[in-house]
Every structure is written in structure tokens, then in C-alpha cells.
Design a binder for this molecule. Structure first.
Ligand code: RB5
Length: 146
């Protein structure tokens, strides 16, 4: 699995925590987040990362900002992206099983690095259930026109 991770100036601590998790799990990743000496605009980081997932260059993407909200909104504008805003482990598991989410977003002003690590781990390890859920996400793809 290849993962892209990105984020703005408000998500540096969690971004580093998730990167150490990816290294421990032996997962190949690229960090396209800001170096963050100054304040940046989250769409400039969320949109290119989401596009690279949609293009198939990466299997999954993880986005970190202050709340996770701005980056999730931006990522979900990219055709083919199902980005879930996840701040609990149950949602992280279920969004893989039911939504086949290919991205998650988390907010560093909302949760701490320990929980973010658990969320990312469960999300990376959980498979899509398929079946009736494939039919449902198919309806979203149909609406998107792809
Ligand atoms: C930056 O201050 C903040 O707005 C951003 O990180 C994010 O929370 C937006 O949704």
C-alpha cells in the first residue's frame, strides 16, 4: 500500500505521529504537507494530495489540519475521493467497512496524537465489506459522473 500524507501548519504534531506509525507499519508514504514556518492555506495541500489518490498514484491519503474539516471538504471535491473526517476509532473502522474511504482527515485542535495514531492504524488495517455497501458508493460515483 502507498499512502500520501499532507497537512497545513495546524497539523504538524499529528502529521509527525502518523508518519512514525507508517514507518513502524512498513508502509511506503510521501509527505506533501507544508514545512510550516508560516501560516498556509489548507486547500493548497488537500487538493493536490486528493488528486494524486484519485489518479491512482497512491492507494490512500491522510490529511491533517486544525479541525480536519477544511481539508476533508476540499478533498471531497475531487472526483473519486471519499474522505472521512474521523475523530474516533469506531468511525475509522466503519468508514473503511461501509464507505471504502480512500482518505481520512483529522484535526490536531480536536484530538491528540495518541488517538490520531490509533485512528490511522485501524483505518489502514480495515478492509471494505463490499456487497450492499459497494452498491451504495456506486450511487455516489454515478452522481459524480464517473
Ligand atoms: C488554520 O487556522 C485552520 O483553519 C485549518 O487548519 C483548518 O482547521 C481548516 O479547516
Amino acid at each position: 500500500m502507498k499512502v500520501i500524507i499532507s497537512g497545513d501548519h495546524a497539523g504538524m504534531t499529528i502529521r509527525n505521529e502518523v508518519k512514525s506509525l507508517l514507518e513502524e507499519m512498513g508502509i511506503e508514504y510521501e509527505d506533501t504537507g507544508c514545512s510550516c514556518e508560516t501560516s498556509v492555506d489548507y486547500p493548497d495541500y488537500a487538493l493536490p494530495a486528493a488528486q494524486r489518490v484519485a489518479d491512482g498514484e497512491f492507494d490512500r491519503g491522510i490529511l491533517i489540519c486544525g479541525t480536519g474539516i477544511g481539508m476533508s471538504i476540499a478533498a471531497n471535491k475531487v472526483k473519486g475521493i471519499r474522505c472521512a473526517l474521523t475523530h474516533d476509532v469506531y468511525s475509522a473502522k466503519l468508514t473503511r467497512m461501509h464507505n471504502d474511504s480512500n482518505m481520512i482527515a483529522m484535526g490536531e485542535r480536536v484530538i491528540g496524537p495518541g488517538l490520531a495514531r490509533e485512528i490511522a492504524k485501524v483505518w489502514l488495517e480495515t478492509d471494505f465489506d463490499g456487497g450492499r455497501h459497494a452498491n451504495r458508493i456506486g450511487k455516489i460515483a454515478e452522481y459524480e459522473g464517473q
